[in-house]
Write a protein that binds this ligand. Sequence first.
Ligand SMILES: *Cc1c(COP(=O)(O)O)cnc(C)c1O
Length: 403
Amino acid sequence: MISPTSLPDSHGHFGAFGGMFVPETLMYALRELAAEYERAKVDPAFHAELNRLLKEYVGRPTPLYHAERWSEILGGARIYLKREDLLHTGAHKINNALGQILLAMRLGKKRIIAETGAGQHGVATATVAARFGCDCVIYMGAEDMRRQALNVARMRFLGAEVRAVTAGQATLKEAVNEAMRDWVTNVRSTHYILGSALGSHPFPMIVRDFHRIIGVEAREQIIAREGRLPDHLVACVGGGSNAIGLFHTFLEDASVKMTGVEAGGEGISEGKHAARFQGGKLGVLQGTKTMLLADRDGQIQLTHSVSAGLDYAAVGPEHAYYMSEGRIQYTYATDAEALDAFQTLARIEGIIPALETAHGLAEVKKLAPTLSKDQIIIANLSGRGDKDVAEAARHIFKEDLKF
Ligand SMILES: *Cc1c(COP(=O)(O)O)cnc(C)c1O
């Protein structure tokens, strides 16, 4: 395994994965972004402002919470939850949105665009755009706009224009295409805040680095609390940003096992899922070479998940690398298992998690009883479930709530 701190290489490769598969017109903007990021990384003023806003505006550090009741009921490992759900706007996504808008300011770009699926990244981006006085356009599939009306309204209140994308399945993949098209056209004035550890270099690296704080804090917190490293880390994997954020600082600690949890949808054999590591193949999608769900002709397959934030055909290239090296294990949770974990955490710990997060919790539920009471699991509580209340009610209470 190549040392995690030296990845990606200067062309954005994580072993056989990653890279820059974009039209020539975007190469300049991507190189400019990568160069500015390298300057920012060694600029103490950049870190001072980022850290101040993370603390005062975003709400860091987040607590590491010992879920005592749930641990006792499962009868195995001690379970800790890293509370990213308590951040401003309700999920980890703002860590990255804030870091990237500071880069956009350094580049002198005052127009911000982004794609969004469930709307969490759109809300995080609209929030930081408002905070920095930028124009903001969010591309969102028309189908997702219907499913996530609450987040659409939040983005509009924040002053963003939400543009409906009606092509294809009218979900996240199509929204990314439109955002890329906008960026090509307006690249001089515009920064594209990509929302997960995906896409062309340097995005997977930049997004990872802005989320790395999750693991850095968790490491300090568990050592202060338990005097040692955890035995197991668990996180859900859409593009993979919250998972790599928690995992990255622990990758060279051989004793720390890690599990990423993908969306198993209605089951792998049914073909209605978004579990790229279950029968996916190597391919190129939207700027990067990675594991993705495609048919025999290479056509991208339709995906399904109860959680819009995990419903995407490709996984971040860095995850594909650690999977190929055997450093991180990947499994999946079905819609039904996630809905069950969603209810469990609400009732046992008084925390309503996002449906994405609930996929990771479903794995904790399976894993904890197989470990002994002196072992420690840290699960990333990537977001809160407010946005998912209507969807969960439809499945659990069989009721259509109107918000
Ligand atoms: C967007 C989202 C995810 C999935 O994205 P990753 O990049 O894989 O982290 C997971 N949890 C929540 C709460 C989200 O909003």
